[in-house]
Design a binder for this molecule. Structure first.
Ligand code: FPP
Length: 276
């Protein structure tokens, strides 16, 4: 079945149906009604991929950047509503300058080159993180693409750039503390919704699944607040080789999990309403 046919099926499906995506070399059946609403990906393994081929780390990032568009388009066609990619952490500023420069250039190239993909697929482009840390040759095209895609109604692609989960929580805490200090907020009124309101993207729903490529079993300061009940999936495939079929495999695993949000299996199967 072609991707377009899958897309049509997503739109027209009334009952849950299994679709076999023949783009996959291992056939993966996806329940189209259970496509995760929000997928977040830690794109890891560029450096090791390059080292294994006697290449420079930067070459790994170049190859990694080539994989991004295929995954973005595939997720959009599957009906994923939110895709968040961890492209550059606050801690990544500490890497060798040549590597940082390569990553900045790759980001700009991606943003400029794929504008048409965004428009064609109705993808809204957003970022989370300390955007002001980025050099203006990166920040300016990012701001332009955000503006140009702000009204698009398809999948929302969020790049985490100069992002850190702890830093995000610290920044939110400072804003809340200032409100308390000024008398605008009573400390006893602070709840989860208050914290959520001061995160980088308060309207971004929590990820249903965080995928990390390349075999490492860590969360690395990514979406710490938001992933409290997120399903984690670790793939051995390095990001420079991570293809559509690998996303399908991750989604198939997600679809076989039972999300309990602190309740029991019996409660979930009995249809008990979830608080979160
Ligand atoms: C982690 O691999 C990856 C990064 C720090 C950067 C990810 C960037 C890209 C995939 C390319 C540019 C992004 C876009 C959106 C165009 P690593 O270098 O830490 O790998 P290692 O663990 O093998 O060293």
């Amino acid at each position: 079945m072609s991707i377009q046919a899958i897309k049509t099926a997503v739109v027209s499906e009334i009952t849950d149906t299994e679709i076999t995506d023949t783009k996959s070399s291992i056939e993966t059946s996806l329940h189209l009604k259970k496509i995760p609403q929000h997928i977040a990906i830690i794109m890891d393994g560029n450096g090791r991929w390059a080292k294994g081929r006697n290449l420079k780390r930067s070459d790994g990032h170049v190859q990694g950047a080539k994989m991004v568009n295929g995954i973005v388009t595939h997720c959009s066609e599957l009906g994923v509503k939110y895709l968040t990619l961890y492209a550059f952490s606050i801690q990544n500023w500490g890497r060798p300058q040549e590597e940082v420069n390569t990553l900045m250039n790759l980001l700009v190239n991606y943003i400029v080159q794929e504008k048409e993909t965004f428009i064609r697929n109705q993808i809204r482009f957003e970022t989370i993180g300390r955007l002001d840390d980025l050099p203006s040759f990166v920040k300016d095209p990012i701001s332009m693409l955000k503006e140009e895609t702000a009204s698009l109604t398809g999948m929302r692609l969020t790049l985490a750039l100069s992002y850190g989960g702890r830093e995000e929580i610290v920044e939110a805490t400072k804003k809340i503390a200032k409100l308390v200090q000024s008398g605008a907020l009573n400390a006893d009124q602070i709840d989860e919704k208050t914290v959520q309101k001061y995160l980088y993207a308060p309207d971004l729903p929590d990820p249903d699944i965080v995928i990390r490529t390349s075999g490492e079993l860590r969360i690395s300061n990514f979406l710490l607040w938001q992933s409290a009940y997120t399903e984690l999936y670790f793939s051995d495939v390095p990001w420079p080789e991570f293809e559509e079929k690998d996303i399908d495999t991750a989604i198939a695993h997600f679809q076989n999990r039972e999300r309990r949000f602190g309740l029991t299996s019996e409660q979930i199967q009995g249809g008990q309403k979830l608080n979160s």
